[in-house]
Structure formats: C-alpha cells, structure tokens
Design a protein. Structure first.
Length: 169
C-alpha cells in the first residue's frame, strides 16, 4: 500500500506540466505585447519627447526581464520537478545554466529578477514623477525596498544553510 501511495504522489508531479505549458503561453502573450509596444512607438518616434522614449524603452526592458524570468522558471522548474531535458541537452546550443539550478538557486534568481523588474518600474515612476502623486512614489519605494531586503534575506539564509550542511557551491 505504501508503494502505491508513493508512486501516486511521485506521478502527481506531472500535474505541474500544464502549468509550465501555461507559462509558455504567457511568454507568447508577453512577446506579442513587446512587439505591440514597438509598432506603437514607430509612427510616434519623431513627435515623442526624449523622456517619453526612455519610458517606452524602460517598458520594453521590463517585458524582457519578465520574459527571462518566465524562461528560467519554466526550464528549471520542469527539470527540477518533472524530468530532465536530455533530448535538449544533446543540442550543442544548450543554455549554460540548464540542469545546474536547484530549487534554492531558482528562488534566488526569481528574487533577483523581481528586484530588477521593480528597479525598472521605479525608474519609470521617477522619470514620470511630475505626473504621479507623492504617496504613490513613496509606496513604490517602500515596496521596492521590501523586495530588496527579501532578496538579501533569502540569499543570506541560503548561504547559511549551505555553510551549515557543508554544501559546496
């Protein structure tokens, strides 16, 4: 009976598969939004102020950072929770980090990506500060600092746990 239960629990990891497929659809939508922004800006480029163009470019950077985060979560999550991508690894153009990220590495990379995304968002707010209520700017800074402190905290805990269990990095 225990073996059957263990096999059912182990097989249930495949329930994550549709989640990763859903993330790839999210990535497609993000890509469409990226190109929509570019197509929108081309006819307006000569009418647009420099700061307006910088805001658009910061939006594109935001989309690229979120896209990179999605790819990282999809690939490493699939490899860590479902199965290794051996067929992909036979390809010479494999991503250098594939197969090397454990759950803690993913968590730290996600936290770092969230800080980077939040930084870009905060920069967009500062670039447009004259049109934004001071209260919103303050809360954006507080939220960003919360992300930064959380990322440092998670990295510190990870470092201490590796040190405690003598895990080589």
């Amino acid at each position: 009976m225990q073996k059957i239960i263990a096999n059912i629990i182990y097989a249930s990891r495949w329930l994550m598969f549709p989640v990763y497929i859903g993330l790839s659809f999210g990535f497609i939508l993000l890509t469409l939004k990226f190109f929509q922004q570019i197509i929108f800006v081309i006819p307006e480029i000569f009418k647009m102020s420099e700061s307006g163009l910088v805001l658009i470019v910061l939006s594109l950077i935001d989309i690229a950072l979120v896209g990179g985060l999605l790819v990282m979560v999809m690939f490493s999550g699939y490899e860590n929770f479902i199965m290794k991508m051996e067929e992909v690894k036979e390809n010479k153009n494999i991503l250098s980090w594939m197969g090397t990220m454990d759950v803690n590495s993913i968590k730290n990379k996600v936290a770092s990506s969230i800080v980077a995304i939040s930084s870009v968002h905060l920069l967009r707010i500062f670039m447009n500060a004259e049109k934004i209520v001071d209260n919103k700017i303050m809360w954006s800074v507080v939220i960003h600092l919360t992300f930064v402190i959380s990322a440092f905290g998670m990295a510190y805990i990870d470092k201490m746990s590796k040190k405690k269990y003598n895990i080589k990095q």
